[in-house]
Design a protein around this ligand. Structure first.
Ligand code: FAD
Ligand code: SF4
Ligand code: SF4
Length: 669
């Protein structure tokens, strides 16, 4: 290696025993002290503590360090912190590297301390060699555009929007359906307090609707998103409602619309009532919907589907609010931050053939029961058989439908949906309170009553007479004018056959389909399909994309309390981000050596972020630093090595590998 010698400091963290109980930190420190350019090597209990950070800064100043290796836990946790502290102490932050001797060493080789110590030495040496070859990078900043977009107006999006607007940020709340409210609006009552869902949600819906700091875009979806430094440009498509703001909410159009009438050739299942009732082509989703604007569903309207043969709504509308000529509108929205709160949808249990969902109309889901429990719902508050409308006298609820499936089973999810146990307890209790004579069984695997007040709620359901059977059904089939549910009771070791009027499946919560948003914002998913947070424990509302935050069930299944708590945290993070006024741009991005570049275009083909293009005049590839994520894909396909990611150049990587290679690698996993 040529160039002036570095003054490198090595700081070893014990991690309170997580590292030092396995790795001999004294031996690693002594080893590090002997490496070329290392002028200081020390170890400490917790490098991430205040005292640890002060030591780092003091040593940088006292020894005039221009290179640092912190041997500790994964860089994901504290790399930013240590780089920031190094910067404050006067060193270029990008001359600091983390040697991960916890996840990649002490955790992995707990039972082989001697070999783990040798591996730790190799990891530390690798990073020392890398730091010797690093170049200082310039830290650039960009102003953050004012304003925030919140995508999804369920309880999480509503709560986040209100907090942000009350803090003075301009909020645009984008909801894809014709009304705000999300799934909570369907719930009727909420566990564990049995509060009326609408009574708690409706005031918040009204507050959002009337807030001067919130622009509400309903029946609208983000089609594309572009990122530039400190700014997101969202292309939002507003679908045509074919009803103008002149609508006075008189409902005459709905009353007269022929769709879904007895003999009409077009019948539409109501999304709001989960298919348990029909709706017209012109409709308001539910009485408290906001905005109180009727919508024509053009896919099911005679005017659109039968060549303009029907105009009944426009003829009866006293406000002349019907406008069949409306077109989709596209709006470009510029904001500095985005909160994604797109929520969940209920799992469709049809693939689970043994449960007969979709084959027998008296097998329903909990969401359908929620609609039945609504006194304004399809069965006027009485949980009934779908086949003949008679009140259900015997009901069997089945837990974990689509949740907690076997690993690799394509029809189910491995995760627990967290709320279904309490939803079943709630619905069973509500039915029992209304009709104590109803027989209700809940078939479960493990009943999860983990939250505040949940255990008491569950105990109360038993006092009401709800019966619990530990075991999941092997089969549901029709017989004796009912459904017969076969289950092995694991606690009594008996096989039961329970006759039921209604079988209710506690179906899993799945992420709402948001692939388009994820793709254009470059967000990742966790293996369960929910949006990936930056760090599951310490950054559950942040994402890998600076300025994008997540709230509510978009991140994973949760109840209303947790959705609200997380929405508050997401709003606070977004407010801090916006309030900082400027953001630091990541300098660890790709750059091109024009002398080596052949303009072959291979890098542009593989870049997922459209961050590189070939300048046809200069015949050289150019990187847009603000779009580049530094993923390194381009560096792998470049035939000449012209494109590389800063601080991951070939000599830097090779020096790290050379340092690692001679060390004994025969450590058992
Ligand atoms: C049957 C049932 C009963 C329940 N009962 C209770 C209860 O009693 N107590 C309790 O604490 N919890 C209960 N829950 C859980 C509760 O419903 C959720 O915690 C809550 O709805 C989560 O709110 P959210 O805003 O994250 O998601 P959602 O309520 O799903 O709202 C998401 C919103 O985003 C919109 N959206 C989706 N995609 C897009 C897009 N691409 N663009 C724009 N908008 C989009 C949706 O239309 C929706 O309005 C129940 C759940 C179920 C299934
Ligand atoms: S569109 Fe016209 S008829 Fe329909 S509710 Fe509005 S005002 Fe009444
Ligand atoms: S034009 Fe469409 S929405 Fe209007 S009444 Fe006819 S079918 Fe219904």
């Amino acid at each position: 290696m040529s160039g002036p010698a570095r003054k490198i400091g090595v700081f070893l963290c014990h991690c309170g025993g997580n590292i030092s109980d396995v790795v001999d930190v004294n031996a690693v420190r002594e080893f590090a002290a002997k490496q070329t350019d290392v002028v200081s090597a020390s170890d400490f209990r917790f490098m991430c503590s205040n005292e640890g950070q002060e030591r780092l800064q003091r040593t940088i100043k006292e020894r005039g360090l221009d290179g640092v290796v912190v041997a500790c836990c994964t860089p994901k946790l504290y790399e930013d912190l240590f780089r920031g502290k190094a910067g404050e102490a006067g060193m270029n932050p990008y001359l600091l590297e983390i040697a991960n001797v916890r996840e990649q060493c002490s955790y992995a080789h707990r039972h082989e301390p001697a070999k783990a110590t040798e591996k730790a030495k190799a990891i530390v040496k690798g990073q020392i060699e890398k730091v010797r070859r690093l170049r200082p990078l310039e830290v650039k900043t960009a102003p953050i555009h004012p304003g925030v977009a919140v995508i999804g107006a369920g309880i999480a999006g509503i709560h986040a929007s209100l907090l942000l607007a009350n803090l003075g940020h301009k909020v645009t709340l984008i909801e894809k359906s014709p009304t705000i409210g999300g799934n909570m609006a369907r719930s009727v009552k909420t566990f564990p307090t049995d509060d009326c869902a609408m009574c708690t949600l409706s005031p918040k819906m009204n507050e959002v609707y009337n807030h001067p700091g919130i622009d509400l875009m309903t029946y609208a979806e983000v089609r594309e998103a572009e990122r530039s430094p400190g700014k997101f440009t969202l292309t939002v498509e507003k679908k045509p409602r074919y009803v103008t703001d002149a609508c006075i909410g008189c409902n005459r159009c709905t009353e007269r619309c022929p769709v879904s009438t007895a003999k009409a050739p077009i019948q539409v299942a109501s999304e709001w009532d989960q298919g348990l009732s029909k709706r017209k082509a012109i409709y308001l989703p539910f009485p408290q919907a906001l905005p109180q604007l009727w919508t024509i569903d053009s896919d099911h309207c005679f005017y659109f589907q039968r060549g303009g043969t029907c105009r009944v709504c426009s003829m009866v509308c006293p406000a002349k609010a019907i406008d069949f000529t409306m077109k989709p509108e596209t709006v470009d929205l510029e904001v500095g931050a985005v909160v994604v709160a797109t929520g969940f949808k209920e799992y469709d249990p049809t693939p689970l053939k043994h449960l007969a969902y979709g084959r027998h109309s008296d097998v329903v889901t909990q969401m359908q029961v929620a609609r039945m429990l609504d006194y304004m719902g399809p069965t006027k508050g009485v949980v009934s058989r779908v086949s003949d409308g008679k009140p259900a006298e015997s009901i069997v609820m089945v837990q974990c439908v689509g949740s907690r499936g076997a690993p690799g089973d394509p029809d189910t999810h491995e995760y627990c949906s967290r709320v279904c146990c309490m939803v079943a307890v709630k619905h069973a209790s509500l039915i029992k309170k209304a009709r104590p004579e109803a027989e209700i069984y809940i078939l479960y695997n493990d009943l999860r009553a983990y939250g505040k007040g949940f255990e008491e709620y569950y105990a109360h359901s038993m006092e009401l007479g709800v019966k619990y059977v530990r075991g999941l059904p092997g089969k549901v089939e029709a017989g004796q004018g009912k459904l017969l549910v076969d289950v092995d009771d694991m606690l009594t070791d008996r096989r039961l056959r329970i006759p039921a009027d209604l079988v209710v499946l506690s179906a899993a919560m799945e992420p709402a389909p948001v692939d388009a948003i994820l793709g254009s914002l470059h967000l990742d998913k966790t293996p369960d399909g929910f949006i990936k947070e930056y760090h599951a424990k310490i950054s559950p509302t942040e994402t890998a994309v600076k300025g994008v935050f997540i709230a509510g069930c978009a991140q994973g299944p949760k109840d209303i309390t947790d959705s609200i708590a997380q929405a508050g945290a997401a709003a606070m993070n977004a407010a801090v981000f916006l309030g900082s006024g400027e953001m630091t741009l990541n300098p660890l991005v790709a750059e091109v050596d024009p002398l080596l570049c052949r303009a072959c275009d291979r890098c542009t083909e593989v870049c997922e972020f459209d961050a590189v293009h070939v300048d046809l005049e200069a015949l050289v590839a150019r990187v847009d630093e603000t779009s580049c994520e530094g993923c390194g894909k381009c560096t792998v396909v470049c035939p000449t090595g012209a494109i590389s990611v800063r601080q991951f150049r070939k000599p830097q990587i090779e020096a790290t590998i050379d340092a690692l290679a001679p060390a004994p690698m025969a450590v058992n996993p």
